[in-house]
Design a protein around this ligand. Structure first.
Ligand SMILES: [Zn+2]
Length: 485
């Protein structure tokens, strides 16, 4: 049966009976999870969703639909709330699709810069050095070129993954095609390999978003969910920005072991560490509050309490009256789950469990934690390059080990310590932020003191090895202890 004979005209002619029929037809068809036409199983390459600086995430345009095409299977069905910020969606998708490639290519370019610097293909400048009387010849190339490469790959790489994104895959400018596209949504979910949820705390209040998740879980036994919280995106972006400024500054501002002689360096690191502490306290707290809110929302979820755009505009648009999504979805829900109450029970248990499981045991999964801090490795690669230039291979190796130790050991150690502290928070608000800043400061200066002491004791190479050995166990313990669930 082709459903395009009913519903569409009924939905737009505005009389009460017509709308009721529209609700019946839409609800019945949606519950079958069948396509109204093969042409409505559509997807677009992910790069079209983030194209033009994320313009398509902000507002609709007539050409949007032309970027999708009929497919046999959808890679990822992107579920999101239109109320959420377009900028957060843009950066979340960029990081998800291009983040790993950006970090790998950035590191390859930084490695090439290190070698080029050693053979004098890149210039440097003489700088006072804390570890010996005479200045060193240092360049900014690993950090600068690595960061530039990372940003270029992040912004310009064109991921080809075939995704379902409503604005591109449902024709917004043709009422008939739009209705048929919406009626095929159940089938699109059924034929999607993964469901990607762009998550913020408003999402679980949106009836359509909860419905999409329930439909996906119904058709996928071991529902392959990807939950991408916006807070994680904000955390990674801000952390990367602060790190780049601090480490970039570290290459330019002279550094000395004697703190009295070097107010600018100390000030820069103090401000950078405070900014990191502030960021972690603010974003981690917001995230855990968001998760708590979501759990409460899902635990007490009711279809009647969930939000729908149609009810918000009182079922009137400039193009005419529209049927109520709530009624359409209720019809579909009764078909699948027996009753609305049964569906609410599924949301309150299975959907909530799925969220808890897929949000992960850590706010920031380990690979993202490493990716967000990669500039510290590139900064140490610049120092290794200056040792290579002086034919000091042992020193260069020491600096590389130090860079990897900062990235892979002190980074999760610091993050784990702050997460643990926030879990057993003794207070809230400004005092909490100040305490986290003080904790970060103690950690940064403690770790700094440790590697200085190791270097003084055993030199650059063996000092770095001892430093890494000393951090290994505390990092593992603190990281594991900070996991939740
Ligand atoms: Zn409504």
């Amino acid at each position: 049966m082709k459903a395009d004979t009913l519903g569409v005209e009924c939905a737009s002619d505005g009389d009460g009976d017509g709308l009721e029929i529209a609700v019946d037809v839409l609800g019945d068809w949606l519950s079958k999870m069948e396509l109204t036409d093969e042409n409505f199983l559509r997807a677009a390459p992910a790069h079209h969703v983030v194209a033009c600086g994320g313009r398509r995430l902000k507002g609709k345009a007539r050409t949007d639909y032309s970027h999708s095409r009929a497919v046999k299977e959808i890679g990822k069905f992107i579920s999101h709330s239109w109320q959420a910020s377009a900028g957060s969606k843009y950066w979340t998708l960029l990081i998800f699709y291009n983040g790993a490639a950006a970090v790998v290519l950035g590191t390859l370019v930084a490695t090439a810069a290190m070698i080029f610097y050693k053979f004098d293909f890149l210039p440097g400048w003489m700088r006072e050095s804390p570890d010996r009387p005479e200045p060193r010849y240092l360049g900014p190339w690993c950090l600068t070129l690595g960061t530039l490469t990372l940003l270029l790959v992040l912004l310009l790489r064109r991921p080809q993954d075939q995704v379902f994104f409503d604005r591109l895959c449902i024709n917004q400018y043709d009422a008939r095609e739009k209705t048929l596209g919406i009626m095929s949504l159940g089938a699109c979910l059924k034929h999607s390999k993964k469901l990607m949820i762009l998550w913020d705390e408003t999402l679980c209040q949106r009836l359509w978003c909860v419905f999409e998740l329930a439909a996906f879980l119904k058709t996928h036994e071991n529902g392959d969910l990807l939950i991408q919280p916006f807070d994680l995106t904000h955390f990674l972006c801000w952390r990367f920005l602060v790190n780049t400024l601090v480490y970039g500054g570290g290459l330019v501002v002279p550094y000395s072991k004697n703190l009295n002689e070097n107010v600018a360096t100390v000030l820069m690191f103090v401000l950078g560490t405070c900014a990191q502490g502030w960021l972690m306290a603010t974003i981690l707290r917001r995230f855990s509050q968001g998760v708590e809110t979501m759990q409460k929302q899902l635990a007490s979820f009711t279809v009647a309490g969930a939000q729908c755009y149609c009810c918000f505009v009182n079922h009137r648009t400039p193009d005419g009256d529209i049927p109520c999504d709530r009624q359409v979805l209720q019809k579909c829900i009764r078909h699948w789950f027996g009753s609305v109450e049964e569906f609410e029970k599924v949301v309150q248990t299975r959907v909530r469990d799925a969220f808890n499981k897929h949000l992960g045991r850590h706010f920031c999964p380990l690979p993202w934690l490493f990716a967000g801090e990669v500039t510290i490795l590139w900064q140490q690669m610049d120092r290794a390059a200056s040792r290579l230039h002086e034919e000091d291979t042992r020193g260069a190796l020491g600096r590389l080990i130090l860079g990897f130790s900062f990235l892979f050991l002190s980074n999760p150690l610091g993050f784990g310590a702050v997460t643990l502290f926030l879990r057993y928070k003794p207070c809230d608000g400004l005092v909490l932020k100040l305490l986290v800043m003080a904790l970060c400061m103690s950690l940064v200066f403690g770790i700094h003191w440790l590697f200085e002491a190791c270097h003084d004791y055993a030199g650059e190479l063996w000092g770095s090895v001892i430093f890494a050995g000393a951090l290994l166990l505390p990092s593992i313990i603190l990281w594991r202890a900070s996991a939740h669930g």
